[in-house]
Design a protein around this ligand. Sequence first.
Ligand SMILES: Cc1cc2nc3c(=O)[nH]c(=O)nc-3n(C[C@H](O)[C@H](O)[C@H](O)COP(=O)(O)OP(=O)(O)OC[C@H]3O[C@@H](n4cnc5c(N)ncnc54)[C@H](O)[C@@H]3O)c2cc1C
Length: 436
Amino acid sequence: MKHVVIVGGGFAGLNCARKLAERPDVRVTLIDKNNYQQFQPLLYQVATAALSATNVAFSLRSVLRGHPNVDVKLGEVVSVDLKTHTVETAEGQQYQGDFLVLAAGSQANFFGTPGAAQHAYPLYSIHDAELLRSRILAVLESADRDPSLVAKGALNFVIVGGGPTGTELAGAFGDMARLGMKKTYDDLAVNKAQIFLVDKGHAVLGAFSEKAQTYAAKMLEQRGVQLRLGTSVKEVASGHVVLSDGTKILTHTAIWAGGLKASSLSGNAGVQTGHGGRLDVQPDLTVSGFAGVYALGDFANISGKDGKPLPQLASVAEQSGKWCARNIELDLVGEPRKPFQYFDKGIMAMIGRNSAVAEVGEHRHELQGAIAFAAWLGVHAALLTTSRAKVGAFVEWAWDYLGNVRSDPVLDRNEQAQINWNDDDEQLETAAASKA
Ligand SMILES: Cc1cc2nc3c(=O)[nH]c(=O)nc-3n(C[C@H](O)[C@H](O)[C@H](O)COP(=O)(O)OP(=O)(O)OC[C@H]3O[C@@H](n4cnc5c(N)ncnc54)[C@H](O)[C@@H]3O)c2cc1C
């Protein structure tokens, strides 16, 4: 029986494992540092308390239950030997396969921005989303208790990066400020909330059409979001951010949606990495020079039909996972592997209640407004891994839509409530003292 070792149980690795699970002549070991798959497209809804973590995380063991030929192992892979198809976890366990599939996904890329790694909130995992939700709730609770904190930026939220994640977050903040906060916090000066979306490009949603970008910008502005386009973030501190035009914005909630790179494992694979720290793969998804080694999804630079790299999207990851499984099957019977062909279903982004943009299919048929909003909800619910999650998400969305009731405004991480509201003053005093 041939053994396939898969690192990473996200869209790519899990789909590869599920497909191979159907074969009785293959044994699969799926290793992930979490014992669940996380559905990143909805993380921003966990961060803004529209959904809870259980709506978007799926136990790998439950998803793969009923497949005795698939073994799930919890562990963080820290080194990879591509020649021998062996990986080692932080705990020292080694796994060796006839085939090795690397699908370890992405992490935030702060591009060396001073203070960003220490003070900004990235949004790539359930853990990130829960920390951010707790920080948002902590500043709201604080400003409700002590309105003077508004002058220290308590109600200023700065989102870095105007791609789909940043735009969706900014829109969700706008809806929260307009609709949700008033109901929940009696003494909060909701009208003083300021939401900034910063991007060095000159439009939000860079991958979309100009029409969609204009619509998205208008919908964001209607929600009170202040767009700072053509501007980058120069520094993130615990109590403020500084923009490239010199503006200083007081905030204790700076959110980083400004870029991605491959997860840190790519640096330990013993090969030269390509753009974004990802592994360059051949058209059949194998890593050149290493027989039986595949790299997938966000962890790989995969070329599309036109030779340009495909974007880091769930659909690319999912399809590459299934394709990899098929190529392994071809390897098993000694037939030539097939070059990956991506079926482009289009792109979509939610801006807020009744406002979304969608570009459907390869020819990018454009939808906007309430139709795109309904399509976004339907597509995202359908993509959720389990039926229970699909139903759960719809119930939460219905509560939110019909009653403006958010699912989980529970401040459960006390460390996020410990905010030093004087840190900006202290920094200024230290700077003045060191000058003197
Ligand atoms: C906030 C956000 C919103 C997004 N929205 C959309 C969207 O609307 N539509 C869309 O198509 N795409 C969206 N994406 C992109 C999409 O989520 C990714 O392209 C997709 O998740 C990539 O799948 P993957 O399997 O390659 O990686 P992942 O899904 O990230 O899975 C990687 C897995 O590897 C595991 N792992 C990492 N390192 C190790 C290690 N060293 N050892 C063991 N396990 C490890 C991780 O725990 C994880 O389970 C979004 C991404 C983010 C962050």
